[in-house]
Write a new protein. Structure first.
Length: 527
């Protein structure tokens, strides 16, 4: 880490400084200078987002330091197995566009707890709002700040807590001042530049090794296998096949931070096209973020820690000045994830808890002021959560991050899936899953991640997530059957009616079919 810090030159720091100033200036322009509507900009950008903004914003929300650092570390350690968490997601990204998004847009909701309130009851809405706040604080803020703190510590040599605090301050500026519109516009600029510099790093690394054939032949054959045997400790194929869908349904289809851009779309078609663009961008996660780790294994096999792989590649292959640009883009990417999370926390608390329960007739000015205060408080909490995550003892950073998400997912996935697919699922069932089910899922996760009573006692976290999901789904069905007599059914139209009224164009279906063919081809080639 000290070696990385000492490799930076004055010009690199100047480039980082200029980039951050430019980014803040753009955010200021969007927040205070650009003319805009007064009503919904802080939370939903006035329902003005177009497909390219949605696609880049969704991808940018996901491509934080957890993707940059952990993906390269995974590539350095085991090869492309981590690409499952990008490519396998195709099915669930498509589910968001073609199944969940029509439901959300038809009900004209601003938050997913609001949608659940319409599907089940106001009590369910409140439970989901609190659970969503917990999951966003843990999964988006805590994880992102921890991995982002590692990156900034590598670059500047700062202690972890100072690095996290600095990142939070910068991210809070966009979330508090400009809301979703500022985040979306700055994300377009940041993500395009991230693709360019990451692609440049990958190509430079391939040239340094002597070509793509040399890259392929210079590492063990198992580095190029997506589905590793079940004897593999970190990436066994069965837990991925069973457990990842549980996480992906929650992550892509029901998490406010990911779905908020779709809710803010100009119309359903723009939202579906934006989600499709995110699906195509997920394909390039492997060459942009995992492949540099594999190349680093070839060029610098003696790293002290796999988590230094991405930064090591940048420091050794990029010229002075460009190193600063890459580091600035990486900082911007993690800021993108943090400010999206802060905006989601602000939106859910303000609209689903404060306005509904405490001040239903609050003025728009009051709502925006509360939203900004909540974003500030969430930023502070995020720093402490990030410090807590740093104490988890799992060797593979990428698996550690996926494991945390795996235990947050089951209650949300169950409540949304059964609510959309089965009209007779009752509020009593949803409330029990969100209350008791959340305690069970998170409790099991805490014991598993902190090795209580021992590491050997627990199966793979993704397999454990699948077991929890099945148990909670069975509980939801049984409770629904037991309480169905007193329930008249959902007031929302059934799924078949929603989809028939919101039929997708042939062009959208063509894009999904093409993406599906490419995904299948990749799995065949790499297995």
């Amino acid at each position: 880490m000290d070696k990385i810090h000492n490799s930076l030159q004055i010009l690199d720091y100047v480039v980082v400084f200029i980039y951050i100033i430019a980014l803040v200036s753009l955010g200021y322009w969007v927040s205070f200078v650009k003319k805009k509507k007064k009503n919904e900009n802080l939370f939903l950008a006035g329902h003005s987002l177009k497909w390219y903004s949605i696609g880049l914003n969704m991808w940018g929300t996901n491509v934080g330091p957890s993707m940059l650092i952990a993906s390269a570390a995974s590539g350095f350690s085991v090869g492309i197995a981590g690409a499952n968490f990008s490519w396998f997601g195709f099915l669930f990204i498509m589910a968001l566009a073609m199944v969940f998004a029509p439901f959300y847009r038809t009900t004209k909701v601003s938050t997913l707890p609001e949608f659940i309130g319409k599907r089940y009851s106001e009590r369910t809405r409140e439970l989901l709002a609190w659970y969503s706040l917990i999951t966003i604080l843990l999964s988006w803020l805590g994880i992102t700040l921890y991995t982002g703190g590692l990156l900034v510590s590598q670059i500047l040599g700062w202690p972890l807590w100072i690095s996290m605090t600095s990142l939070t301050t910068l991210a809070a500026f966009f979330a508090i001042a400009g809301g979703l519109e500022a985040i979306a516009i700055t994300n377009i600029f940041q993500m395009v530049l991230l693709i360019i510099v990451s692609l440049g790093l990958t190509i430079t690394g391939i040239i340094k090794v002597g070509g793509i054939t040399n890259v392929y032949e210079a590492v063990p054959a198992k580095f190029w296998i997506l589905f590793r045997p079940n004897s593999d400790l970190n990436y066994p194929w069965l837990p991925i096949v069973l457990g990842y869908p549980v996480m992906a349904i929650w992550f892509y289809c029901t998490d406010q931070s990911m779905v908020q851009s779709v809710l803010a779309a100009k119309n359903l078609k723009q939202g579906q096209l934006g989600v499709n663009m995110n699906g195509w961008l997920k394909i390039i996660d492997m060459p942009l973020f995992i492949l540099p780790g594999i190349i680093c294994f070839i060029l610098f096999p003696d790293l002290a820690s796999p988590e230094e792989a991405y930064a090591t590649m940048v420091m050794n292959l990029m010229p002075v000045g460009i190193i600063g640009l890459v580091m600035a883009v990486l900082i911007a990417a993690l800021v993108s994830t943090i400010d999206s999370a802060l905006n989601s926390v602000s939106t859910i608390f303000t609209l689903d808890i404060f306005v509904r329960r405490f001040k239903p007739y609050a003025s728009q000015k009051e709502i925006i002021r509360i939203g900004r205060i909540v974003a500030l408080i969430a930023a502070v909490f995020g720093v402490f959560i990030g410090l807590g995550i740093s104490s988890i003892q799992i060797d593979d950073l990428y698996i550690m991050l996926q494991s945390i998400l795996a235990f947050l997912a089951p209650p949300m996935s169950v409540v949304f899936l059964i609510g959309i697919l089965w009209k007779r699922a009752t509020p009593a069932a949803a409330n029990l899953v969100l209350s008791l089910g959340s305690v069970i899922s998170i409790g099991i996760g805490v014991c598993s991640l902190w090795n209580i009573p021992s590491k050997e006692f627990w199966p793979h976290p993704l397999l454990l997530s699948f077991f929890v999901f099945v148990g909670l789904m069975a509980l939801a069905i049984l409770v629904s059957l037991a309480t169905m007599k007193n329930y008249q059914g959902s007031s929302l139209p059934p799924l078949k009616q929603i989809l028939s009224k919101n039929g997708s164009s042939r062009s959208i279906w063509f894009l999904w079919v093409a993406l599906g063919i490419l995904t299948i081809a990749l799995y065949i080639f790499f297995n």
